[in-house]
Ligand binder design. Structure first.
Ligand code: UFG
Length: 339
């Protein structure tokens, strides 16, 4: 079995990708410092897969650790998820974000080169588009100035990867620009585990429905959208996980010295109020919510043009928004039973 290193593999997207990789016949190996994840994820993976997944505990910024991991394993490829991702926190601690997100990529690229590992899938974000001038937004749309140090760190990492390939190295790299990941594994064994008060919409919704949060606030209903609330492209995390497998398999078929970028979204936009109504329908629970002021830095509307990933990687989102919210709610309920 081809071994694939998943940095940040205990995190939300990484853990679901471990499932998809194993099911596609790869051997996932995780490295994670558990700074924003919990060891219970490994138990969840075992419950789904019926076996343990190898996991190194440690920081991708530690070159010595990364070299040890590469020396112990002959990897066929790497998926680099490990990063800090809280937009608000990044504006308070920009150096922390730049150091962590950029250094870990540099160390990873150098370690891959040293050990002759050629294939990399990198986690980027639709945040690099800012508020696009045209919708749906495609990969060729010029990126805008980043709204946050977090967003800028993703933009810089994309540039590093492009420059690295332009230098003529024998590597093959894809950046995946994720839209808004939601949902959980349908088993409810793994899902998103936000620390403290969630910043993101869906965890806040499920925690409100579970009685952990008193009231959900809709950040603005005076945007230029069908019902005034912001529009996003919500993609089920299992679809997103599958896109990583497709990206890796695609890379293995390319000539060396290759770089490309793909949007990973459903191609459909939904407003915040539509997400709330859909959640109420699938959970049969009424949400306590109010309309509040706009959240600073929010983009009014963004959704993906998915033509490139559909045609070149043969990948298409399979899950609906209803499926995503049902799985998020199932996960939240199982989490409640566990505690
Ligand atoms: N929202 C609310 N109430 C909440 C939380 C969110 O109304 O309590 C709204 C937001 O205003 C936004 C939408 O729900 O309109 C989605 O917000 P999220 O915070 O879930 O997601 P964002 O689109 O703001 O951010 C996500 C990722 C970021 C990434 C960004 C752009 O969380 O990491 O997409 O790619 F930078």
């Amino acid at each position: 079995m081809k071994k694939i290193l998943i940095t940040g593999g205990a995190g939300y997207i990484g853990s679901h990708t471990a499932v998809s990789l194993l099911e596609a016949g790869f051997e996932p190996i995780i490295v994670d410092n558990f700074s924003n994840s919990n060891k219970s994820v490994l138990k969840g993976l075992k419950a789904i897969l019926g076996r343990d997944i190898a996991c190194y505990e440690g920081d991708c910024n530690e070159r010595g650790l990364m070299e040890l991991i590469f020396a112990e394993n002959q990897f066929s490829g790497v998926i680099h998820f490990a990063a800090f991702k809280a937009v608000g926190e990044s504006t308070q601690f920009p150096l922390k974000y730049y150091a962590n997100n950029i250094d870990s990529l540099l160390i990873l690229l150098e370690t891959m080169a040293k050990f002759g590992v050629k294939d990399l899938v990198f986690s980027s974000s639709c945040t690099v588009y800012g508020q696009p001038d045209e919708l749906p937004v495609s990969e060729s749309t010029p990126r805008k100035e980043a709204e946050s140090p977090y967003g800028n760190s993703k933009k810089i990492c994309e540039d590093i990867l492009r420059d690295y390939i332009n230098s003529g190295v024998d590597s093959r790299i894809i950046s995946l620009r994720y839209f808004n990941p939601v949902g959980a594994h349908p088993s409810g064994e793994i899902g998103e585990l936000p620390l403290g008060i969630p910043n993101n919409l869906v965890p806040f919704i499920t925690q409100s429905a579970a009685g952990i949060r008193q009231q959900l606030t809709v950040f603005g209903d005076d945007y230029n959208t069908p019902d005034g609330s912001c529009v996003r492209d919500y993609i089920h995390v299992m679809d997103l996980a599958d896109a990583h497998v497709k990206a890796l398999e695609f890379l293995f078929r390319q000539n060396l010295n290759f770089y490309d970028i793909f949007n990973v979204g459903t191609g459909k936009g939904n407003t915040v109020l539509e997400v709330i109504k859909t959640f109420e329908k699938v959970s049969k629970k009424a949400l306590n919510y109010k309309i509040g002021p706009r959240r600073p830095g929010d983009i009014e509307k963004v959704w993906a043009n998915t033509h490139k990933i559909n045609s070149e990687l043969g990948w298409m989102a399979k899950y609906s928004l209803e499926d995503s919210l049902r799985d998020s709610w199932n996960w939240q309920q199982k989490l409640g039973l566990r505690e």
